[in-house]
Design a protein around this ligand. Structure first.
Ligand code: 5GP
Length: 191
């Protein structure tokens, strides 16, 4: 019988570099990872592709999916909705794939209620100063949104005790290696 795959949650404030860290190990064949593509009402940033980075939908489409019970979790973040489509997550896990959700703290809370055995990892920046620089360097959002993201980041950084592991992204390769080790360790454990 195929061993059920892990449900892995990775969170961290905007600008912490979650995407860069994850891209270092997501295609590592030993980790058998499948990235869960979220649904969002936010507009695509330059280079983002529908169905790859997110499913970009209208607020009506999003709320319809929520109403129909199609979301594992969802939240509102800085004026937009984000959520994990349920379809696929269970199927992939039953096929032995380890499903990775890159979501924020409210979503993680909902996931833990539904799947208490989820493997939860929070990525922290080396300093809040560095985080601010990284958010600003992205340069794609107005000052008001930048401020909201920074305020949200400060709140999220107070909630790291909800996570099983906290990893500092001081060096992308090192942070990726640490997370790789954590995932491997949990894959070897028998539940
Ligand atoms: P961004 O707009 O920077 O892509 O994402 C904003 C925040 O929403 C990030 O912290 C990201 O991890 C989170 N996020 C992305 N997808 C989801 C999701 O499906 N559910 C939840 N709860 N948060 C998400």
């Amino acid at each position: 019988m195929t061993k059920k795959g892990l449900l892995i949650v990775i969170s961290g404030p905007s600008g912490v570099g979650k995407g860069s860290v994850i891209s270092r190990f997501i295609n590592d064949p030993d980790l058998k990872l499948s990235y869960s593509v979220s649904m969002t009402t936010r507009s695509p940033r330059a280079g983002e592709k529908d169905g790859v980075n997110y499913y970009f939908v209208t607020r009506d489409q999003f709320m319809q999916a929520v109403k129909e019970g199609k979301m594992l979790e969802w939240t509102e973040f800085v004026g937009n909705c984000y959520g994990t489509p349920l379809e696929g997550v269970e199927k992939l896990r039953n096929e032995g794939r380890n499903v990775l959700l890159e979501i924020e703290v409210n979503g993680c809370k909902q996931v833990k209620e539904k799947c208490p055995d989820a493997l939860t990892i929070f990525i922290v920046p080396p300093s809040t100063r560095e985080l601010e620089d990284r958010i600003r360097k992205r340069g794609s959002e107005p000052e008001e949104i930048v401020q909201q993201r920074l305020a949200k980041a400060a709140k999220e950084l107070e909630m790291t005790d909800q996570y099983r592991y906290v990893v500092c992204n001081d060096d992308i390769d090192l942070a990726a290696d640490i997370i790789r080790t954590i995932i491997r360790h949990h894959m070897e454990k028998t539940f």
